[in-house]
Design a protein around this ligand. Structure first.
Ligand SMILES: NC(=O)c1ccc[n+]([C@@H]2O[C@H](COP(=O)([O-])OP(=O)(O)OC[C@H]3O[C@@H](n4cnc5c(N)ncnc54)[C@H](OP(=O)(O)O)[C@@H]3O)[C@@H](O)[C@H]2O)c1
Length: 300
């Protein structure tokens, strides 16, 4: 074992623990890592492409470096694992899921838990992100691995993207300020992910995971203003302005998909609350007010 920063970084020839978490620096993956560390120390491996980011997040190791483009490396890391948490993030690269699933199968992994999007169940959603998530789910179901799919609504942590402009100008600029979404706390999703990774009864299940109520960006900003004790302003972007921002950040194809998703949300496509998350957790899912209170320090 070698070390990098504050984290132990395992070399490829170290014995592999039974659960491997890909996307461990992501919104849900970081909480899966934390919960696994709390429940079963040293029985998990965290796959990241940037160990410095993992160290900055304080991820509870062991951390290994890999890119989804490297199927051989993934297979090496999956060897001896019982279950893998699968998170991919680039709709232009369907081969990332293919590499992870093929490597898991070749390494003899038993079960895979895949993070996906609840929009896949909406027959009217036919943008790049919807098609990519549908195809990735299909690939997993056809892989021969035992599987669980977690179809989530927007993670509440997306609001963290507003933190810089809130801190500097007291302003949030976004498109679709009135569009309500049954956004979900990524910590709740992670709790279900850990159950699905470690308990057999979740095999062959696709769970619809939403938060307990639909809230709009304007309402979220009001909640944050109340917590911070400051006046915050919401400035509505036009569709063209929003698309231009997304295009600069993610490229044209993803910008088009994000705009289509935002328009569908404005038409109410993401409002519906599903009871599955509460049933799985055995308690009410976390609401936005609680999430915001727990993360107020990022905004103030
Ligand atoms: N975000 C949303 O609004 C939202 C809403 C509903 C559903 N979903 C679904 O949730 C899933 C995850 O999407 P997300 O964008 O939200 O993910 P995310 O939280 O940003 O996590 C993505 C993770 O994958 C890692 N990663 C990406 N490409 C990699 C590569 N080539 N090699 C190694 N690691 C790589 C990232 O590492 P780095 O930290 O180094 O980038 C990060 O840890 C998708 O299926 C998405 O459709 C997302």
């Amino acid at each position: 074992m070698t070390t990098r920063g504050a984290l132990p970084v395992e070399s490829a020839d170290s014995p592999r623990p039974p659960v491997v978490v890909t996307g461990a620096t992501g919104a849900v993956g970081r909480h899966v890592a934390r919960l696994l560390a709390e429940s079963a120390p040293a029985r998990h491996t965290l796959v990241v492409r940037d160990p410095d980011k993992a160290a900055a997040l304080g991820l509870p190791g062991p951390v290994v470096r890999a890119d989804y483009r490297d199927r051989g490396r993934l297979r090496e890391l999956f060897e001896g694992a019982d279950a893998v948490f699968v998170v991919t993030a680039d709709p232009r690269r369907p081969e990332d899921d293919e590499n992870i699933v093929t490597a898991a199968r070749a390494a003899g992994v038993r079960h895979a838990v895949k993070l996906s999007w609840l929009g896949v169940t909406d027959p009217g959603a036919d943008d790049l992100v919807a098609r990519w998530n549908r195809r990735s789910e299909e690939l997993l179901r056809a892989s021969g691995l035992s599987w669980t799919v977690l179809r989530i609504r927007t993670p509440m942590s997306n609001a963290l993207a507003w933190a810089p402009s809130i801190r500097t100008d007291g302003v949030v600029r976004a498109f679709g300020g009135a569009a309500r979404t049954a956004c979900v706390d990524p910590r709740d999703v992670a709790e279900v992910a850990v159950r699905a990774l470690t308990e057999p009864e979740h095999a062959s299940r696709a769970y619809a995971l939403t938060g307990p109520q639909a809230v709009s960006p304007r309402e979220q900003v009001d909640v944050l203003a109340g917590l911070l004790g400051r006046t915050l302003k919401f400035e509505e972007l036009t569709a063209d302005e929003a698309r231009a921002r997304w295009s600069r950040r993610y490229g044209d194809r993803i910008a088009d998909a994000l705009l289509e998703g935002a328009r569908r949300r404005a038409g109410g496509a993401a409002e519906q609350v599903d009871t599955t998350l509460g049933e799985l957790l055995g308690r009410p899912p976390t609401g936005f007010a609680r999430w915001a209170a727990d993360h107020a320090g990022f905004f103030g």
